[in-house]
Design a protein around this ligand. Structure first.
Ligand code: SAM
Length: 233
């Protein structure tokens, strides 16, 4: 009986590994090499260790270009950034170094496992300007007029009730604040989420426009993603 159960566990682990290799940003396979359904995606997100490893895979840097992104943001000491869907903190800790001791980075995520991981990193790195926030799926739970920039990397397509989120962010932004959105182009790519989860650049611009934001800036050095900056109108 034990041998059968162990065998099943090994098969389940091998299946999950196969899905991860095809589905996560670090994967090198074509994204449609394996057709993923919602059930598979759900299982993927249910293996936090593998998800964290994939988000932190050094191979990801080649296309995600974290240093280029941080440079383009031209961060100022003392800024408050909300890293929404912060995940492992891949961008959070870069952002934190650039806003300095007087600044703050809220690492916001709905996943308790991601928040635990970020809290460990805060303690280990003595990153006292990072605050991890376990949020609601449709509310970042931040104070009004508290944020200079909302930062979304590969996370806007996960947000539930996006119109509500856009209206909440307007309240939470400080005067002169911005929303930064980095996400995958809606076309066949060697990395990224399945096609049905992607939001086309043009659709995102229309969505923000109809919710009271205008496109203020665009950076075009990322090979697979758009990098847009919006401000309230
Ligand atoms: C693809 S990961 C991106 C992580 C990180 N931004 C990065 O670039 O490495 C998406 C993250 O969004 C989180 N997430 C999903 N739905 C969310 C929501 N409604 N609000 C906040 N975070 C969410 C997930 O838990 C996951 O950590």
């Amino acid at each position: 009986m034990d041998a059968i159960l162990t065998g099943r566990r090994i098969i389940m682990k091998l299946s999950l590994l196969l899905i991860l290799l095809t589905a996560l940003p670090s994967a090198v396979h074509a994204q449609d090499a394996v057709k993923r359904d919602d059930h598979q995606m759900h299982r993927l997100h249910n293996d936090p260790k593998a998800y964290l490893d994939a988000l932190e895979d050094p191979k990801r840097d080649a296309y995600q270009k974290p240093h280029g992104v941080i440079h383009a943001l031209n961060l100022k000491s003392g800024e408050v950034i909300a890293d929404i869907g912060a995940g492992s903190g891949y961008f959070t800790f870069h952002l934190a170094r650039h806003v300095g001791d007087k600044g703050k980075v809220y690492a916001v995520d709905v996943s308790p496992e991601m928040i635990l991981h970020v809290n460990r990193r805060i303690r280990d790195q003595k990153a006292n300007n990072v605050v991890a926030v376990l949020s609601d799926p449709d509310d970042p739970l931040l104070p009004d007029r508290s944020v200079n920039r909302f930062f979304f990397s590969d996370s806007w397509h996960h947000i539930e009730n996006q119109s509500k989120y856009l209206s909440l962010m307007k309240r939470m932004l400080k005067p002169g604040g911005e929303i930064v959105m980095i996400d995958f182009h809606k076309k066949e790519l060697p990395v990224g989420p399945p096609m049905q989860m992607k939001i086309a650049r043009e659709d995102l611009i229309k969505q923000l426009d109809s919710n009271g934001y205008r496109l203020a800036k665009e950076h075009s050095f990322l090979p697979y993603q758009y990098f847009l900056v919006f401000v309230p109108r």
